[in-house]
Write a protein of this length. Structure first.
Length: 154
């Protein structure tokens, strides 16, 4: 299940909906990403963030998220999966993304959840504009995200 939306989401309600009636699920792994209040390491002179605006092209984004989800379902024996990604202007503490993977066993759920998040970070067409105390700036791709995603390349 994939949703790209402007409104916030309720993690508990989403998980209940995802697992409802499926007693084959023995493990559920979840990641929820939040807007930080700083860029980089806070102790290393990171700039403060007052807001972040996420932009995307709906048809392109939904197509890529569907491909990412299908890839995860092909690699692991998943009972269910969920990707919710928000767009629009968000402030520190707001939820940005939720990824969940449900399987009969925890290992598949953990791995699939990590895969979904790693590939989402590197392949999903979202653009982030951070409003900082030094002005607004677009966020560049991070080599650490690419390195995390590289472990899943077959």
């Amino acid at each position: 299940m994939i949703r790209v939306q402007e409104q916030d989401f309720d993690v508990g309600a989403e998980l209940a909906r995802l697992t409802e009636g499926n007693t084959a699920i023995g493990g559920l792994a979840v990641f929820v990403g939040l807007v930080r209040d700083h860029v980089g390491s806070k102790g290393a002179g990171g700039s403060g963030i007052s807001a972040m605006t996420l932009e995307h092209y709906p048809a392109m984004t939904e197509k890529m998220l569907a491909e990412i989800e299908a890839e995860a379902q092909g690699r692991w024996p998943l009972e269910a999966s969920l990707i919710i990604h928000r767009y629009g202007r968000l402030e520190p503490g707001d939820q940005i993304v939720m990824v969940a993977a449900a399987s009969a066993h925890r290992e598949a759920a953990f791995e699939a959840c990590q895969f979904l998040m790693d590939w989402l970070k590197t392949k999903a067409p979202f653009w982030k504009l951070e409003e900082t105390d030094q002005g607004a700036q677009w966020v560049d791709a991070r080599s650490s995200d690419d390195a995390a995603a590289a472990r899943w390349v077959k």
